[in-house]
Design a protein around this ligand. Structure first.
Ligand code: CA2
Length: 139
């Protein structure tokens, strides 16, 4: 079992600003936490973070035939990107969507997610633990 964890724009800023919403831990802490969890579950894992929509689309396309599952936090592109939705549909790799914050309890514009239309499961508002729950879905 090989999974790809994709994070979208500004997730590389975790722990630097807005700790009240996204916590105090950094992107590197997140990667380490998921990697350790995957190790315990005997799952191979790869990580990708980008601030650019097209790069995320390219990465999803490259995952075709390589990965068995995708865990994605598309960040702001959650609410805007038909391109990411289409790429996930095109590769048809089972996908779990994760949000650190509870997108249903924030601004109105965060309530709609394009990726939810293709995701097997959406996990929101559980902080970094949401990514571990997503890994467990595949385990
Ligand atoms: O809750 C989530 O995980 C989000 O996907 C995070 C996105 C936001 O646009 C989504 O609505 C919900 C934003 C990620 C920005 O991360 C930051 C980290 C530190 C400082 C500022 C932003």
């Amino acid at each position: 079992m090989k999974i790809l964890v994709i994070n979208g724009p500004n997730i590389n800023m975790l722990g630097i600003r807005e700790p009240d919403i996204y916590g105090k831990n950094t992107y590197d802490d997140l990667v380490e936490m998921i990697a350790e969890h995957c190790d315990k579950k005997d799952i191979e894992v790869d990580f990708f973070q980008s601030n650019h929509e097209g790069e995320i689309v390219d990465e999803i396309q490259s995952a075709y035939g390589v990965f068995d599952g995708i865990v994605i936090n598309p960040a702001a592109y959650t609410h805007t990107s038909v391109a990411i939705l289409d790429a996930l549909k095109a590769v048809a790799i089972p996908t779990v969507e994760v949000h650190i914050s509870d997108i249903n309890e924030r601004e109105e514009f965060r309530k709609f997610s394009y990726v939810s239309l293709v995701a097997k499961k959406t996990i929101a508002g559980k902080g970094f633990d949401g990514y571990l729950e997503a890994v467990d879905y595949f385990a």
